[in-house]
Design a protein around this ligand. Sequence first.
Ligand SMILES: Cc1cc2nc3c(=O)[nH]c(=O)nc-3n(C[C@H](O)[C@H](O)[C@H](O)COP(=O)(O)O)c2cc1C
Length: 284
Amino acid sequence: MTRKKLFNSSTDHLTAERYGTAVPLGEPTFETQVTCQLLNRRSHRDFRNDRVCESTLTYLLACAQSAPSKSDLQQYSIIVVEEKELKAQISQLPGMDDWVDKAPHLLVFCADLRRGWRITESKGLVNENNTLDMLVNATGDAAIAMMSLIVAAESLGLGCCPISVVRNQIEQVSAWLKLPTGVYPFAGLGLGYPADEGKTTIRLPQSVVVHRNHYDDSHLLEQLHTYDDTRHGLTPIPTEKQLHPERYGIQPNLKWTDNVARRLSVRERRTFRAFLEQQNLALE
Ligand SMILES: Cc1cc2nc3c(=O)[nH]c(=O)nc-3n(C[C@H](O)[C@H](O)[C@H](O)COP(=O)(O)O)c2cc1C
């Protein structure tokens, strides 16, 4: 099959931006609008005021639902938060950044085992799969549906940013959204027309993330050191983005791995398991 090359010079540039360093791709490299858009993807947290029209939103939601789904079970739900007050309540919760309130649209992607429970029950059968495995399936479904919507939205010139902070006060958010048992909010998504271009956040090199045949992290620390230096050279972490300064202080030249370690050293979302139990998602 002959593949049409839509762009001439952007792939080298876009992959270099993605990794902060040139990537030898070799020939032939086929570029499409989709590959270029994916390489150029970035989260947007600053939006114009104008809203997306209803038909565009419906179209984007159809794109979200076009994502693959484990066993075709379609175990997710998307809450489009339309009521201004409800959106304000959620976006003004402690821990939410200001941009969430300003984003014209807020969607909440939920893992949803409930629908399957109801289907099974309606057929007079007993659901034997209220399991952790099924929750992982449902969470995966919700995540890839969200990503499909992100890709579709970006292709229309829109911008998005996921919001896991909805899980910080998961009980409160779920009560406001009236999420029944069997459902939990995986992530919110702020959506709108971006106010600026945003910027690429560089990724770990493929030598760290991609393993050929067998997992091998024997050179991890040296590789991370190089990544830290590359990333710091391009986009140093601003002082206000240093995590947990109350515990660790402000450190000159704080690197990505320092912030990762800082984040992982402080327990987040302690109530999550209890919440899942409350939602009847206490899974074997
Ligand atoms: C599941 C998920 C949850 C996220 N939650 C938040 C969030 O609560 N707040 C936020 O500002 N960004 C959030 N993000 C965005 C990440 O911070 C962002 O993807 C990461 O910093 C890389 O930047 P990029 O998306 O521009 O490449 C989330 C991303 C994912 C995939």
